[in-house]
Design a protein around this ligand. Structure first.
Ligand SMILES: Cc1cc2nc3c(=O)[nH]c(=O)nc-3n(C[C@H](O)[C@H](O)[C@H](O)COP(=O)(O)OP(=O)(O)OC[C@H]3O[C@@H](n4cnc5c(N)ncnc54)[C@H](O)[C@@H]3O)c2cc1C
Length: 403
Protein backbone atom coordinates (compact mmCIF):
# COMPACT_ATOMS: atom_id res chain seq x y z
CA UNK A 1 0.00 0.00 0.00
CA UNK A 2 1.39 3.40 -0.94
CA UNK A 3 0.00 6.43 0.87
CA UNK A 4 -0.03 9.42 -1.51
CA UNK A 5 -0.66 12.04 1.21
CA UNK A 6 2.55 13.62 2.53
CA UNK A 7 2.32 13.45 6.28
CA UNK A 8 4.74 13.45 9.15
CA UNK A 9 5.03 9.96 10.61
CA UNK A 10 4.99 9.49 14.37
CA UNK A 11 5.89 6.01 15.56
CA UNK A 12 4.13 4.95 18.75
CA UNK A 13 0.88 6.02 20.43
CA UNK A 14 2.18 6.56 23.97
CA UNK A 15 2.21 10.01 25.60
CA UNK A 16 5.17 11.10 23.43
CA UNK A 17 3.60 9.96 20.16
CA UNK A 18 0.17 11.38 20.90
CA UNK A 19 1.68 14.69 22.05
CA UNK A 20 3.96 14.89 19.00
CA UNK A 21 0.98 14.35 16.72
CA UNK A 22 -1.08 16.96 18.55
CA UNK A 23 1.81 19.45 18.54
CA UNK A 24 2.35 18.97 14.82
CA UNK A 25 -1.37 19.25 14.03
CA UNK A 26 -1.44 22.50 15.99
CA UNK A 27 1.54 23.65 13.91
CA UNK A 28 -0.50 23.01 10.77
CA UNK A 29 1.05 19.78 9.50
CA UNK A 30 -0.58 16.53 8.42
CA UNK A 31 0.36 13.65 10.71
CA UNK A 32 -0.18 9.93 11.07
CA UNK A 33 0.62 7.95 14.22
CA UNK A 34 1.60 4.34 13.59
CA UNK A 35 0.99 2.06 16.57
CA UNK A 36 1.85 -1.63 16.55
CA UNK A 37 -0.93 -2.69 18.92
CA UNK A 38 -4.67 -2.79 18.11
CA UNK A 39 -5.18 0.33 20.25
CA UNK A 40 -3.28 2.99 22.17
CA UNK A 41 -3.07 1.29 25.54
CA UNK A 42 -1.79 2.67 28.80
CA UNK A 43 0.86 0.32 30.14
CA UNK A 44 0.37 1.02 33.81
CA UNK A 45 -1.87 2.81 36.21
CA UNK A 46 -0.34 5.43 38.54
CA UNK A 47 0.78 8.83 37.26
CA UNK A 48 1.45 12.40 38.38
CA UNK A 49 2.05 15.36 36.09
CA UNK A 50 3.87 18.61 36.81
CA UNK A 51 2.57 21.92 35.36
CA UNK A 52 4.66 22.00 32.10
CA UNK A 53 2.92 18.97 30.54
CA UNK A 54 -0.43 20.38 31.66
CA UNK A 55 0.40 23.61 29.83
CA UNK A 56 1.43 21.59 26.76
CA UNK A 57 -1.77 19.54 26.81
CA UNK A 58 -3.91 22.67 27.12
CA UNK A 59 -2.15 24.31 24.18
CA UNK A 60 -2.69 21.15 22.11
CA UNK A 61 -6.43 21.24 22.75
CA UNK A 62 -6.57 18.43 25.32
CA UNK A 63 -9.25 18.86 27.95
CA UNK A 64 -7.38 18.95 31.28
CA UNK A 65 -10.38 19.99 33.35
CA UNK A 66 -10.65 17.66 36.36
CA UNK A 67 -8.08 15.30 34.80
CA UNK A 68 -6.52 14.65 38.20
CA UNK A 69 -6.27 15.82 41.80
CA UNK A 70 -4.28 19.01 42.42
CA UNK A 71 -1.56 18.14 44.93
CA UNK A 72 1.18 19.73 46.96
CA UNK A 73 4.28 17.54 47.54
CA UNK A 74 6.48 16.93 50.57
CA UNK A 75 9.38 14.58 51.24
CA UNK A 76 9.29 13.11 54.75
CA UNK A 77 11.34 10.86 56.98
CA UNK A 78 10.16 7.60 58.48
CA UNK A 79 8.63 9.42 61.45
CA UNK A 80 6.63 11.69 59.16
CA UNK A 81 8.82 14.76 59.68
CA UNK A 82 8.99 16.97 56.57
CA UNK A 83 12.43 17.09 54.96
CA UNK A 84 11.46 19.07 51.87
CA UNK A 85 8.40 21.06 50.91
CA UNK A 86 8.06 21.41 47.12
CA UNK A 87 7.24 25.08 46.75
CA UNK A 88 5.55 25.56 43.38
CA UNK A 89 4.57 29.25 43.10
CA UNK A 90 0.91 29.91 43.84
CA UNK A 91 0.20 31.54 40.47
CA UNK A 92 1.47 28.39 38.71
CA UNK A 93 -0.66 26.18 40.98
CA UNK A 94 -3.74 28.26 40.18
CA UNK A 95 -3.07 28.45 36.46
CA UNK A 96 -2.41 24.74 35.87
CA UNK A 97 -4.78 23.23 38.40
CA UNK A 98 -2.18 22.14 40.96
CA UNK A 99 1.55 21.86 41.58
CA UNK A 100 1.61 18.13 40.95
CA UNK A 101 -1.50 16.47 39.57
CA UNK A 102 -2.40 12.92 40.65
CA UNK A 103 -4.26 10.82 38.07
CA UNK A 104 -4.62 7.43 36.46
CA UNK A 105 -2.72 6.84 33.25
CA UNK A 106 -5.71 5.53 31.22
CA UNK A 107 -7.50 8.85 31.87
CA UNK A 108 -4.60 10.76 30.33
CA UNK A 109 -4.73 8.47 27.29
CA UNK A 110 -8.50 8.96 26.90
CA UNK A 111 -8.20 12.74 27.05
CA UNK A 112 -5.35 12.80 24.53
CA UNK A 113 -7.14 10.40 22.17
CA UNK A 114 -10.28 12.55 22.32
CA UNK A 115 -8.23 15.46 20.95
CA UNK A 116 -6.75 13.46 18.06
CA UNK A 117 -8.84 13.75 14.89
CA UNK A 118 -10.21 10.57 13.34
CA UNK A 119 -7.84 8.88 10.91
CA UNK A 120 -4.64 10.24 12.49
CA UNK A 121 -4.04 7.12 14.60
CA UNK A 122 -3.42 3.96 12.62
CA UNK A 123 -3.26 0.84 14.80
CA UNK A 124 -1.91 -2.62 13.99
CA UNK A 125 0.93 -0.90 12.10
CA UNK A 126 4.27 -2.40 13.12
CA UNK A 127 7.24 -0.60 11.60
CA UNK A 128 10.13 -2.84 10.57
CA UNK A 129 12.30 -0.76 8.22
CA UNK A 130 13.54 2.87 7.97
CA UNK A 131 15.49 4.49 5.13
CA UNK A 132 16.31 8.22 5.11
CA UNK A 133 17.13 9.01 1.49
CA UNK A 134 17.71 12.74 1.95
CA UNK A 135 14.52 14.06 0.36
CA UNK A 136 12.34 11.98 2.66
CA UNK A 137 12.13 8.81 4.71
CA UNK A 138 10.82 5.46 3.47
CA UNK A 139 9.05 3.34 6.08
CA UNK A 140 8.38 -0.38 5.69
CA UNK A 141 5.81 -2.22 7.79
CA UNK A 142 5.58 -5.88 8.73
CA UNK A 143 2.70 -6.45 6.29
CA UNK A 144 4.90 -5.22 3.42
CA UNK A 145 3.32 -1.74 3.23
CA UNK A 146 5.68 1.08 2.22
CA UNK A 147 5.08 4.71 3.22
CA UNK A 148 6.97 7.88 2.27
CA UNK A 149 7.19 10.61 4.90
CA UNK A 150 9.00 13.94 5.07
CA UNK A 151 9.80 13.50 8.79
CA UNK A 152 9.86 10.55 11.19
CA UNK A 153 9.39 11.06 14.93
CA UNK A 154 10.47 7.97 16.87
CA UNK A 155 8.19 7.93 19.92
CA UNK A 156 8.45 4.17 20.22
CA UNK A 157 9.45 3.84 23.86
CA UNK A 158 12.41 2.44 25.76
CA UNK A 159 12.99 -0.37 23.21
CA UNK A 160 12.90 2.12 20.34
CA UNK A 161 13.84 0.76 16.92
CA UNK A 162 14.18 4.34 15.65
CA UNK A 163 16.81 5.07 18.31
CA UNK A 164 18.63 1.86 17.37
CA UNK A 165 18.46 2.80 13.68
CA UNK A 166 19.94 6.25 14.34
CA UNK A 167 22.38 5.63 17.16
CA UNK A 168 22.94 1.87 17.46
CA UNK A 169 22.27 -0.29 20.47
CA UNK A 170 22.17 1.45 23.85
CA UNK A 171 21.57 -1.22 26.48
CA UNK A 172 19.10 -0.49 29.25
CA UNK A 173 20.62 0.59 32.54
CA UNK A 174 19.25 -1.57 35.36
CA UNK A 175 18.77 0.43 38.56
CA UNK A 176 18.31 -2.79 40.55
CA UNK A 177 15.16 -1.28 42.02
CA UNK A 178 11.53 -2.14 41.65
CA UNK A 179 8.33 -0.28 42.36
CA UNK A 180 4.96 -1.71 43.30
CA UNK A 181 2.03 0.66 42.99
CA UNK A 182 -1.72 0.66 43.11
CA UNK A 183 -4.83 2.75 43.66
CA UNK A 184 -8.11 2.68 45.52
CA UNK A 185 -11.35 4.64 45.61
CA UNK A 186 -12.26 3.30 49.04
CA UNK A 187 -13.47 6.43 50.80
CA UNK A 188 -13.33 4.85 54.25
CA UNK A 189 -9.53 5.36 54.36
CA UNK A 190 -8.64 8.68 55.95
CA UNK A 191 -5.62 10.30 54.30
CA UNK A 192 -4.44 13.87 53.72
CA UNK A 193 -6.26 15.05 50.61
CA UNK A 194 -4.42 16.90 47.82
CA UNK A 195 -0.99 15.91 49.06
CA UNK A 196 1.81 13.86 47.53
CA UNK A 197 3.59 12.37 50.54
CA UNK A 198 6.98 10.87 49.65
CA UNK A 199 8.43 9.08 52.67
CA UNK A 200 11.75 7.27 53.00
CA UNK A 201 12.87 4.91 55.71
CA UNK A 202 16.39 3.47 55.66
CA UNK A 203 15.77 1.32 52.55
CA UNK A 204 12.24 1.81 51.23
CA UNK A 205 10.25 4.68 49.76
CA UNK A 206 6.58 4.51 50.72
CA UNK A 207 4.40 7.17 49.12
CA UNK A 208 0.82 8.09 48.39
CA UNK A 209 -1.08 10.84 46.63
CA UNK A 210 -4.62 11.95 45.99
CA UNK A 211 -6.03 11.16 42.58
CA UNK A 212 -9.15 12.03 40.67
CA UNK A 213 -10.50 9.75 38.00
CA UNK A 214 -13.67 10.41 36.06
CA UNK A 215 -15.16 12.47 38.84
CA UNK A 216 -14.13 10.10 41.64
CA UNK A 217 -11.68 10.89 44.44
CA UNK A 218 -9.16 8.27 45.43
CA UNK A 219 -5.54 7.63 46.29
CA UNK A 220 -2.61 6.01 44.57
CA UNK A 221 0.39 4.71 46.47
CA UNK A 222 3.69 3.03 45.76
CA UNK A 223 6.54 1.31 47.56
CA UNK A 224 10.02 1.23 46.05
CA UNK A 225 13.04 -0.79 47.18
CA UNK A 226 16.31 -2.31 45.98
CA UNK A 227 15.66 -5.46 43.95
CA UNK A 228 18.21 -7.13 41.65
CA UNK A 229 17.10 -6.75 38.08
CA UNK A 230 17.43 -10.48 37.37
CA UNK A 231 15.57 -11.65 40.49
CA UNK A 232 12.04 -12.90 39.76
CA UNK A 233 9.15 -10.75 40.97
CA UNK A 234 7.69 -11.55 44.41
CA UNK A 235 5.03 -14.21 44.00
CA UNK A 236 2.42 -12.34 46.05
CA UNK A 237 2.74 -8.65 45.18
CA UNK A 238 0.07 -7.51 47.61
CA UNK A 239 1.64 -9.37 50.53
CA UNK A 240 5.11 -8.12 49.63
CA UNK A 241 3.97 -4.50 49.33
CA UNK A 242 2.06 -4.81 52.62
CA UNK A 243 5.25 -5.96 54.35
CA UNK A 244 7.21 -3.02 52.90
CA UNK A 245 4.53 -0.50 53.92
CA UNK A 246 4.38 -1.71 57.52
CA UNK A 247 5.96 0.80 59.88
CA UNK A 248 5.42 3.82 57.62
CA UNK A 249 3.48 6.58 59.35
CA UNK A 250 0.06 7.64 58.13
CA UNK A 251 -2.40 5.83 55.92
CA UNK A 252 -0.07 3.90 53.58
CA UNK A 253 -0.88 0.47 55.02
CA UNK A 254 -4.62 1.24 55.10
CA UNK A 255 -4.54 2.39 51.46
CA UNK A 256 -2.77 -0.80 50.50
CA UNK A 257 -5.24 -2.94 52.40
CA UNK A 258 -8.07 -1.15 50.58
CA UNK A 259 -6.53 -1.73 47.14
CA UNK A 260 -8.11 -4.46 45.03
CA UNK A 261 -5.48 -6.86 43.67
CA UNK A 262 -6.35 -5.97 40.07
CA UNK A 263 -5.33 -2.35 40.81
CA UNK A 264 -1.77 -3.40 41.71
CA UNK A 265 1.27 -3.47 39.43
CA UNK A 266 5.04 -3.89 39.61
CA UNK A 267 7.82 -2.49 37.43
CA UNK A 268 11.56 -3.15 37.53
CA UNK A 269 13.27 0.25 37.13
CA UNK A 270 15.47 0.76 34.09
CA UNK A 271 16.48 3.73 31.99
CA UNK A 272 18.71 4.51 29.03
CA UNK A 273 22.00 6.38 29.32
CA UNK A 274 21.42 9.83 27.80
CA UNK A 275 22.44 10.42 24.19
CA UNK A 276 24.50 13.39 22.96
CA UNK A 277 22.20 13.78 19.93
CA UNK A 278 18.71 12.62 19.10
CA UNK A 279 18.19 13.76 15.51
CA UNK A 280 19.79 12.78 12.23
CA UNK A 281 18.59 14.24 8.93
CA UNK A 282 14.80 14.01 8.83
CA UNK A 283 14.44 11.71 11.83
CA UNK A 284 14.29 12.47 15.54
CA UNK A 285 13.28 10.89 18.84
CA UNK A 286 10.74 11.80 21.52
CA UNK A 287 9.74 10.46 24.92
CA UNK A 288 11.33 7.35 26.41
CA UNK A 289 13.00 6.61 23.07
CA UNK A 290 15.03 9.77 23.65
CA UNK A 291 15.26 9.89 27.46
CA UNK A 292 13.82 6.86 29.29
CA UNK A 293 13.79 7.94 32.94
CA UNK A 294 13.33 6.31 36.34
CA UNK A 295 9.94 6.98 37.95
CA UNK A 296 11.98 8.67 40.69
CA UNK A 297 11.70 11.80 38.52
CA UNK A 298 7.94 11.33 38.06
CA UNK A 299 8.57 13.22 34.86
CA UNK A 300 9.03 10.65 32.04
CA UNK A 301 5.53 11.09 30.66
CA UNK A 302 5.63 14.82 31.43
CA UNK A 303 8.85 15.30 29.46
CA UNK A 304 7.41 13.16 26.65
CA UNK A 305 4.38 15.44 26.38
CA UNK A 306 6.61 18.53 26.40
CA UNK A 307 8.73 16.98 23.61
CA UNK A 308 5.61 16.97 21.44
CA UNK A 309 4.98 20.61 22.25
CA UNK A 310 8.50 21.63 21.27
CA UNK A 311 8.44 19.48 18.10
CA UNK A 312 5.31 21.38 17.06
CA UNK A 313 7.02 24.70 17.83
CA UNK A 314 10.18 24.05 15.81
CA UNK A 315 8.35 22.64 12.79
CA UNK A 316 5.63 25.33 12.69
CA UNK A 317 5.94 27.15 9.37
CA UNK A 318 8.76 24.92 8.08
CA UNK A 319 8.58 23.79 4.44
CA UNK A 320 8.86 20.02 4.78
CA UNK A 321 10.31 19.77 1.27
CA UNK A 322 13.34 21.82 2.37
CA UNK A 323 15.78 19.27 3.81
CA UNK A 324 18.11 21.88 5.33
CA UNK A 325 15.20 23.63 7.08
CA UNK A 326 13.81 20.37 8.46
CA UNK A 327 17.23 19.22 9.66
CA UNK A 328 17.85 22.58 11.35
CA UNK A 329 14.42 22.52 13.02
CA UNK A 330 15.15 19.11 14.52
CA UNK A 331 18.51 20.36 15.81
CA UNK A 332 16.68 23.36 17.31
CA UNK A 333 14.32 20.92 19.03
CA UNK A 334 17.00 18.77 20.63
CA UNK A 335 19.47 21.52 21.58
CA UNK A 336 17.60 22.71 24.72
CA UNK A 337 15.81 19.40 25.33
CA UNK A 338 18.88 17.20 25.71
CA UNK A 339 20.47 19.06 28.66
CA UNK A 340 17.10 19.41 30.40
CA UNK A 341 16.11 15.75 30.04
CA UNK A 342 19.63 14.48 30.74
CA UNK A 343 19.62 16.27 34.06
CA UNK A 344 16.28 14.71 34.98
CA UNK A 345 17.42 11.21 33.93
CA UNK A 346 20.67 11.44 35.86
CA UNK A 347 19.25 13.00 39.00
CA UNK A 348 16.46 10.38 39.12
CA UNK A 349 19.14 7.68 38.81
CA UNK A 350 21.25 9.21 41.59
CA UNK A 351 18.26 9.61 43.95
CA UNK A 352 17.46 5.93 43.52
CA UNK A 353 21.04 4.97 44.32
CA UNK A 354 21.28 7.28 47.35
CA UNK A 355 18.00 6.15 48.92
CA UNK A 356 18.21 2.43 48.17
CA UNK A 357 21.80 1.41 47.43
CA UNK A 358 23.78 3.32 50.07
CA UNK A 359 25.96 0.87 52.05
CA UNK A 360 24.30 -0.01 55.39
CA UNK A 361 26.87 1.80 57.60
CA UNK A 362 26.33 5.05 55.65
CA UNK A 363 22.52 5.08 55.89
CA UNK A 364 22.29 6.65 59.36
CA UNK A 365 24.71 9.37 58.25
CA UNK A 366 22.71 9.98 55.05
CA UNK A 367 19.50 10.28 57.05
CA UNK A 368 21.12 12.56 59.61
CA UNK A 369 22.19 14.89 56.80
CA UNK A 370 18.71 14.78 55.21
CA UNK A 371 17.03 15.42 58.57
CA UNK A 372 19.31 18.18 59.84
CA UNK A 373 20.53 20.11 56.79
CA UNK A 374 18.62 21.98 54.08
CA UNK A 375 20.08 19.72 51.34
CA UNK A 376 16.82 18.03 50.29
CA UNK A 377 14.85 21.25 50.70
CA UNK A 378 17.30 23.06 48.41
CA UNK A 379 17.30 20.30 45.79
CA UNK A 380 13.70 19.03 45.73
CA UNK A 381 11.90 21.83 47.56
CA UNK A 382 13.39 24.84 45.81
CA UNK A 383 15.47 23.86 42.80
CA UNK A 384 12.86 21.53 41.35
CA UNK A 385 10.15 24.26 41.38
CA UNK A 386 12.64 26.71 39.81
CA UNK A 387 13.24 24.21 36.98
CA UNK A 388 9.50 23.84 36.51
CA UNK A 389 9.00 27.59 36.26
CA UNK A 390 11.97 27.81 33.84
CA UNK A 391 10.36 25.11 31.67
CA UNK A 392 7.06 27.01 31.62
CA UNK A 393 8.94 30.15 30.55
CA UNK A 394 10.87 28.27 27.86
CA UNK A 395 7.59 26.99 26.44
CA UNK A 396 6.60 30.58 25.66
CA UNK A 397 3.08 31.57 24.77
CA UNK A 398 2.15 28.72 22.47
CA UNK A 399 3.16 26.34 19.70
CA UNK A 400 2.52 28.65 16.78
CA UNK A 401 2.95 31.98 18.57
CA UNK A 402 6.65 31.27 19.09
CA UNK A 403 7.61 31.72 15.44
C1 LIG B 1 5.93 2.83 37.68
C2 LIG B 1 6.10 4.02 36.82
C3 LIG B 1 5.63 5.24 37.28
C4 LIG B 1 5.79 6.37 36.49
N1 LIG B 1 5.30 7.54 36.98
C5 LIG B 1 5.40 8.64 36.23
C6 LIG B 1 4.85 9.86 36.71
O1 LIG B 1 4.30 9.95 37.82
N2 LIG B 1 4.95 10.96 35.92
C7 LIG B 1 5.53 10.91 34.68
O2 LIG B 1 5.58 11.94 34.01
N3 LIG B 1 6.07 9.76 34.21
C8 LIG B 1 6.02 8.62 34.93
N4 LIG B 1 6.54 7.46 34.46
C9 LIG B 1 7.23 7.43 33.15
C10 LIG B 1 6.28 7.31 31.96
O3 LIG B 1 5.42 6.22 32.17
C11 LIG B 1 7.03 7.11 30.65
O4 LIG B 1 8.10 8.01 30.57
C12 LIG B 1 6.10 7.36 29.45
O5 LIG B 1 5.07 6.41 29.42
C13 LIG B 1 6.87 7.29 28.13
O6 LIG B 1 5.99 7.51 27.06
P1 LIG B 1 6.41 7.19 25.56
O7 LIG B 1 5.27 7.61 24.72
O8 LIG B 1 7.75 7.74 25.27
O9 LIG B 1 6.62 5.61 25.50
P2 LIG B 1 5.56 4.43 25.67
O10 LIG B 1 4.49 4.81 26.61
O11 LIG B 1 6.37 3.21 25.95
O12 LIG B 1 4.90 4.28 24.21
C14 LIG B 1 5.60 3.77 23.10
C15 LIG B 1 4.60 3.28 22.07
O13 LIG B 1 5.30 2.90 20.86
C16 LIG B 1 4.74 1.71 20.35
N5 LIG B 1 5.75 1.03 19.49
C17 LIG B 1 6.96 0.58 19.87
N6 LIG B 1 7.64 0.03 18.82
C18 LIG B 1 6.83 0.15 17.74
C19 LIG B 1 6.96 -0.22 16.36
N7 LIG B 1 8.07 -0.80 15.87
N8 LIG B 1 5.92 0.02 15.51
C20 LIG B 1 4.79 0.63 15.98
N9 LIG B 1 4.62 1.01 17.28
C21 LIG B 1 5.62 0.79 18.14
C22 LIG B 1 4.38 0.92 21.62
O14 LIG B 1 3.45 -0.10 21.37
C23 LIG B 1 3.84 2.03 22.53
O15 LIG B 1 2.47 2.25 22.36
C24 LIG B 1 6.42 6.30 35.22
C25 LIG B 1 6.90 5.07 34.76
C26 LIG B 1 6.73 3.93 35.55
C27 LIG B 1 7.25 2.61 35.05
Amino acid sequence: MNDPRPHIAVLGAGPAGMASALGLLKAGHDVVIYERYPRARAAGNILNLWPPPIKALQEMGVDTEDLGAPCHATFRNAKGRVRADVQIPQDVVERYGGGFIGMLRPDLYSRMLEAIPKGVLQTDRHLTGIHDHGDGVTLTFDDGAVVETPVLIGADGIDSMVRRHLWGDTPKRAHNLHIIGGYTFDTSVVAEPNEVVLTHNRTVQGSYTSIRSQGRDGYQWWVLEAWPDDRPAPTDLHAHATELAAGFPGPLSALLAATPRENLQRWPIRDLRPLKHWSKGRITLAGDAAHATSPYAAYGAGMSICDGYFIGQVLAGVDLGDTAAVTQALVDYETPRIPHTTEQVQSAYVLGQVFHHAPAPLRPLRDFVLDHTPLLQRQMGERNPRDIVAQLDEMGTGIVAAR
